[in-house]
Each structure stands twice: as structure tokens, then as C-alpha cells.
Ligand binder design. Structure first.
Ligand SMILES: C[S@@+](CC[C@H](N)C(=O)[O-])C[C@H]1O[C@@H](n2cnc3c(N)ncnc32)[C@H](O)[C@@H]1O
Length: 345
């Protein structure tokens, strides 16, 4: 049957009207993409990530270092959209099982439903909402032995960044929240309102190497910012002499530091790294993707220390980075760094 003879399975829907050629608001983009596969392909071809999805990074490199085989038990500690998980599941079946963890109660059920719908049932793909710092407790509670392979792809997913309601976006206005798990802890707005200038200055330096920390801290600490764009505007106003590019970078660094603080990311990572050798079977492999120097430093140190102590028999000597093709086709991959380790027998 030729294409022209094929019946159209998608009933015609009137296209929504937007102010411009393409939808700009998150909700409009979401609706558009949920019914139009052609739009999704076009968005990806233009180097962007369709809203409500996440494009997995360095998939080939991760599969190479983790070398999943049929029958393996894998743990994906940062399930996100499940892109890496799906690729690993395809390699460990038949006989294998992937435990998917994520701290996000908003996105995890969607990912779980998506993977169930394509055939991964509870037996091969148990999913659990938790912080990856608790991996040993989850393994024990589920009566699971050490894993053959463990993946952590740190930071936030595109679904989280792109949804203004989550408060991570430096571009779209939303409540200044930034919690990966909105049921826990305090929002970025609450943190800023309570923090003292000296503590904020220290946080900006420690979490994002912010060179203007001492200027910014007294102007932001103790203040009330309801939305992401209010905070971004205050950062720009505090440093009026910066050019646009430096000003944008400063806003990004302030957001990054707040996100790390709100989600207590470094404590979770350090606990995870400490527990990692014990969560792997002898000979098991771990791969960790990081997106900024604070993460990469911690992973490198933990792997070096583990190697020197004999917990790991082999570790990556050089950091792996996305190919220039991947960076071009998915600019969000550009800062990624991959390190791996193999547990000693
Ligand atoms: C970069 S995304 C992972 C994307 C995923 N690899 C994919 O292919 O779709 C990171 C995910 O890790 C989750 N996450 C970040 N820190 C976490 C932690 N400490 N414990 C559990 N999940 C965490 C985030 O909620 C987010 O969904």
C-alpha cells in the first residue's frame, strides 16, 4: 500500500492558534508535541529537546563501559525519562532486571507508565521513588544482591528544567521552587529568605565558583523572590556593568548553586559514592555522568580513593566526553563528563 492510499489513523485536529509561528508557552508546546510525531522529529533535528521528554546522553559510551549482558541486574539510580534504562533493559533481557530509582514524585510515575506500556513489567523493571543515597537500603528491602551495573546521570532532567512550574528555568517564569522532590525540604524562595549573606556568599562559591559572590550575597540573602524571573532580574540588577553573556552566566551559576543547596545534592552524591562499592557485585561496573566541576571532582576523588584502597580494580583514567556530533545535535550534552569504575573481585 502506498502512503497516499493508507488511511490516516490520526483524526484531524484543529491546530491551536499561537501568537507566532510556533507555540511559546510550555503548556502549548506540551499539547502540540503530545499529538504530533512530526513536530517531535523536527524539534530534535533542530538540536532541541521536545518538552516533557529527555534525550539520554552518551548512550554508546555508557553501554560500552557498563557492558550489560543478558541476565544482568542493573540499577539506574537517576531514572529520569528512562532513556538510558530502556537501552540497558534491551541488553540485559532475557533474564535480567533493572531497578529504576528517582527522587521525583512528579515525573517518576509518568516514566514508569511509559516503560510499562512498552512491555517492561514490574518483574524486569521495579521502580522506586527514593534518593539514591538510600540505594543500599532499597537493595536490602527488595532482597536484591549487589548489582552487575550501576548508572547515575546526575542533575536535573529536561522535563524538570523545561516545566516552569518546577522553578528551575532561568528563561520561563515560574515559582522559585527548584525541588526535585517538591514534597520534601524547602523551596529556593524559602531558602533565600532565611539565609544570611555570609552563608549565601559561601554557598555561591562552593556550589558554583561564583566570582561575584560577595557582591551578590548581601543583595539576595534575606529577600523575598516569588518567581524565577524576579530572582534573575535581581541578579542582573546587582551587576549592571556585566555584558549580556556574563550576566546570563551569572544567573545560571546562581540558579545552579541554589538548586544544589535546595536538593542537598552534594551530600546525596557523597553518600552514594561511599556506598557504591558495596552495592556492586565483585567485577560489577559503575558509570557516572556529571555536569559541573563540583560533581566531577567528587566522583574522581571517590574513584581514585576506591582504587587506592583496592575496592575498585580499575577506574577511568581519562574523563570521557560527548562527541562533537552529540554536542552539536544535543547542546544539553555539552558539559557532560563520564567516569567509570569496576569493583574488585
Ligand atoms: C539527568 S536526569 C536522568 C535522565 C535519564 N538518564 C534519562 O535517560 O532519561 C537526572 C534524574 O535524576 C534524578 N535525581 C537527581 N538527584 C537524585 C538523587 N539524589 N536521588 C534520586 N534521583 C535523583 C532527577 O530527579 C532526574 O530525574
Amino acid at each position: 500500500m502506498t502512503d497516499s492510499a493508507a488511511p490516516n489513523p490520526i483524526p484531524h485536529q484543529r491546530r491551536k492558534r499561537y501568537a507566532g509561528k510556533n507555540p511559546r508557552r510550555f503548556e502549548d508546546k506540551y499539547k502540540e508535541l503530545s499529538r504530533d510525531p512530526e513536530t517531535i522529529a523536527k524539534v530534535i533535528a533542530s538540536g532541541k529537546t521536545p518538552v516533557g521528554t529527555h534525550r539520554p546522553i552518551m548512550v554508546a559510551e555508557i553501554l560500552k563501559v557498563l557492558s550489560p549482558r543478558p541476565g544482568d541486574f542493573a540499577a539506574d539510580c537517576t531514572l529520569g525519562y528512562g532513556g538510558h534504562a530502556q537501552e540497558i533493559l534491551a541488553k540485559i533481557l532475557p533474564g535480567g532486571r533493572l531497578l529504576g530509582l528517582d527522587t521525583d514524585p512528579v515525573e517518576l510515575p509518568k516514566t514508569e507508565a511509559r516503560l510499562r506500556a512498552i512491555g517492561f513489567d514490574e518483574k524486569v523493571f521495579p521502580a522506586h521513588r527514593t534518593n539514591f543515597a538510600s540505594l543500599p537500603q532499597v537493595l536490602a528491602a527488595k532482597n536484591l544482591a549487589g548489582a552487575d551495573l550501576i548508572l547515575a546521570d546526575l542533575g536535573v532532567s529536561s522535563m524538570q528544567i523545561d516545566d516552569p512550574a518546577r522553578g528551575f528555568s532561568v528563561k520561563h517564569n515560574g515559582p522559585l521552587d527548584m525541588r526535585m522532590n517538591p514534597q520534601r525540604s524547602q523551596s529556593a524562595a524559602a531558602l533565600l529568605q532565611k539565609i544570611k549573606p555570609a552563608a549565601l556568599a559561601e554557598m555561591l562559591v562552593d556550589f558554583s565558583d561564583e566570582p561575584n559572590a560577595t557582591t551578590l550575597a548581601p543583595l539576595l540573602a534575606g529577600k523575598s523572590f516569588a518567581t524565577t524571573l524576579e530572582l534573575a532580574a535581581a541578579v542582573r540588577a546587582a551587576l549592571p556593568r556585566l555584558g549580556k553573556e556574563d550576566s546570563d552566566l551569572t544567573v545560571r551559576r546562581v540558579f545552579q548553586a541554589l538548586r544544589i543547596a535546595v536538593n542537598d545534592e552534594f551530600s546525596a552524591l557523597e553518600t552514594f559514592l561511599r556506598n557504591l562499592p558495596a552495592c556492586l557485585k565483585p567485577g560489577g561496573r559503575a558509570a557516572i555522568l556529571t555536569f559541573h566541576s563540583g560533581e566531577d571532582r567528587r566522583v574522581k576523588k571517590a574513584f581514585d580513593d576506591g582504587f587506592n584502597l583496592g575496592s575498585y580494580s580499575e577506574i577511568s583514567r581519562e574523563v570521557l566526553q560527548p562527541t562533537s556530533e552529540e554536542q552539536h545535535s544535543n547542546p544539553r550534552s555539552a558539559p557532560a563528563k563520564l567516569r567509570w569504575a569496576r569493583r574488585a573481585n
